[in-house]
Design a protein. Structure first.
Length: 256
């Protein structure tokens, strides 16, 4: 065997070993990565796109994702791994989680967040069902009304009809989540009459007086009560123990 052939064999073996080492390194790196993401270049998409891409990628690690988002390059075969992309996703998720922290706020603070005429989503702590409301009046606590017939229907499903029973709820308003308590008994109003005019036979046995029903055609006569920490009743200016207990339960719950 001449010298030239021997040198050729040596060089060939060196190249072969280098290729094998590179392949083993790539396989080892892929196994260490805990979450699969898509390889991308100059990703400028918004958080919604980021969530969709990662969620699609994690559904099946062995399949290509069919969706195509701006500035995202898909690798062939298996999904590739990109730490920066994943870190951006986790950062956004942590921000969203932090923003959903349930706040236990005194009524003097809460009333300036859940202001008069402001709309909110109410989430029942026990069933996780939600409905839309509007605070229409109230100084000692939030006098509130369902926005639509469908919202009233959901309220009755949760409370098994109209009821004075206090239940822990979360009031989602302006991106914040406030611990609260709600009773679902409409009172002091008639849906069929104009707001604030004097009427007889107001709901809840309230007799004659100003019609405290602002939102019309919602299948609800009058308004119901939502209490916050240290809010009080209109009839005697005192805190309602059952409402305050329910508020504490809401504060310790997890929004969903």
């Amino acid at each position: 065997m001449n010298k030239t052939f021997k040198n050729f064999i040596i060089v060939f073996l060196i190249i072969l070993c280098s290729i094998a080492s590179s392949f083993l390194y790539i396989q080892k790196y892929n196994k260490k990565s805990s979450v699969s993401t898509l390889e991308y270049e100059n990703y400028k998409g918004n958080t919604a796109n980021l969530n969709k891409v990662v969620q699609n990628a994690t559904k099946d690690k062995n399949k290509r994702v069919a969706n195509n988002y701006n500035n995202v390059r898909y690798s062939r075969g298996s999904l590739s791994y990109n730490t920066d992309f994943y870190n951006e996703y986790i950062k956004n998720q942590k921000k969203q989680k932090a923003s959903k922290k349930i706040e236990l706020l005194d009524w003097n603070t809460a009333k300036n967040i859940f202001k008069r005429d402001s709309k909110a989503k109410v989430i029942d702590v026990y069933t996780h069902k939600s409905f839309n409301v509007q605070r229409t009046m109230g100084d000692n606590h939030a006098d509130t009304e369902a926005l639509t017939k469908e919202d009233t229907k959901i309220i009755k499903e949760i409370w098994n009809g109209f009821s004075w029973t206090r239940r822990p709820v979360i009031v989602e308003v302006n991106g914040r989540y406030l611990a609260a308590s709600m009773s679902a008994m409409p009172h002091a109003g008639l849906d069929s009459k104009p707001a604030f005019v004097t009427v007889d036979n107001r709901s809840g046995g309230y007799g004659t007086g100003a019609n405290l029903d602002v939102i019309k055609n919602n299948d609800m006569d009058g308004h119901f009560d939502i209490h916050f920490l240290n809010s009080t009743r209109h009839m005697d200016g005192r805190k309602d123990p059952q409402h305050q207990n329910a508020i504490q339960i809401a504060a310790k719950s997890k929004e969903s």
